[in-house]
Design a protein around this ligand. Structure first.
Ligand code: NAP
Length: 307
């Protein structure tokens, strides 16, 4: 799909953007975002990132682009940097790339994308080239083999780009429990900067073997589906946040779910997705203030399991 840049300019950042920015809560302007070190380099990055799988797959310019422009701008304004996308997310990579270029922050964001094909070497290389174009970037910060598709082939492509200085970090992803065994083998045998996996209060299996293994091997952990694709909100629908959530500076269910993940010692970055600027502000709040300790984490699990 080709989106006319001129058309995009007229629609993606709405008149409401400035208003919303002025309404940023004081906490967001005064307190720093939680930072984590990338194990392989020591580079510090903000721990709360942004996903884009469904939320940015909105097709050609339309009114739907207006809140997405606000989401990207607010994310950056509140100290966010890590943006996760993929060429296989419909128009997401292109839409996000055009919005970021329009705002002028495309080189300031940490651009994480994927090679996402079983079509072989050439198709993977073509996807990589398209990612550079979609974001107007000369360097991709992180390229990942998506869902362990043709892992050996695409790792070669990504490593080649790293050697050429066109990609900074190498990773692999999954969000399927059935791939955990294979992922374990990959984590044990490959030199990786990052691995990405689904982990949340509703899906805790990755913490059994994969997260400790990544920590031991010095591989950064990116957590996808932190709300279990939004299902966690359904599980607590109509329930009050417990009083003790205040003990770790938590003001909403969204922050409750995200702070649970951020408090796992192996986790480097989380990538909650949203197309709603108010939810974005809420989610960025998870990177501010205290985190639950080990005892409180157990309490959160018990509470969730007894819903
Ligand atoms: N194998 C892989 O590589 C892989 C697999 C899955 C996902 N991912 C990555 O991980 C990202 C996150 O996963 P996901 O998008 O599947 O699901 P998710 O982040 O777990 O959940 C997203 C859902 O939560 C809602 N939401 C977000 N913040 C909220 C808030 N504060 N209050 C209430 N609702 C809220 C969103 O709706 P609103 O838009 O209304 O806020 C959306 O429906 C993806 O976008 C993608 O970048 C990678």
């Amino acid at each position: 799909m080709t989106i006319s840049r001129r058309k995009m300019l007229t629609i993606s950042v709405g008149a409401g953007a400035g208003l919303l920015l002025n309404e940023l809560p004081a906490f967001a302007q005064q307190q720093p975002q939680l930072m984590r070190a990338i194990p392989s380099s020591g580079e510090m990055i903000p721990a709360v990132g942004l996903g884009s799988a469904r939320t940015f797959n909105v097709g050609p310019p339309s009114p739907e682009w207006v809140p997405l422009g606000d989401v990207v701008r607010l994310f950056h304004e509140m100290g966010g940097r890590f943006f996760d996308t993929a060429p296989s997310y419909g128009t997401s990579e292109q839409v996000a790339g055009q919005i970021a270029q329009e705002i002028g922050i495309h080189n300031d964001l940490f651009f994480a994308t994927k090679i996402s094909t079983r079509g072989g070497l050439e198709v993977g290389i073509a996807q990589q080239e398209e990612s550079f174009r979609d974001w107007g970037r000369e360097v991709i910060d992180l390229n990942q083999v998506h869902n362990l598709q043709d892992t050996a082939i695409h790792l070669r492509t990504i490593r080649q780009a790293k050697e050429e200085g066109r990609t900074r970090y190498v990773g692999v992803t999954t969000s399927f429990g059935r791939q955990y065994e294979q992922m374990e083998q990959v984590l044990r045998s490959e030199e990786l900067d990052f691995f990405q996996v689904n982990y949340s209060l509703g899906e805790r299996e990755a913490a059994e073997r994969l997260l400790p293994l990544a920590q031991d091997r010095g591989i950064g952990v990116i957590v996808n589906e932190p709300f279990n694709v939004g299902r966690l909100f359904g599980a607590v629908s109509g329930r009050e946040l417990p009083d003790w959530a205040a003990e770790f500076d938590c003001q909403s269910w969204g922050q409750f779910f995200l702070k649970y993940i951020l408090s796992h010692p192996a986790v480097t970055v989380i990538i909650p997705a949203t197309g709603d600027p108010e939810h974005l502000v809420d989610n960025m709040g998870a990177g501010i203030g205290r985190l639950p300790d080990e005892r409180t984490r157990r309490r959160m699990e018990e509470m969730f399991d007894n819903l």
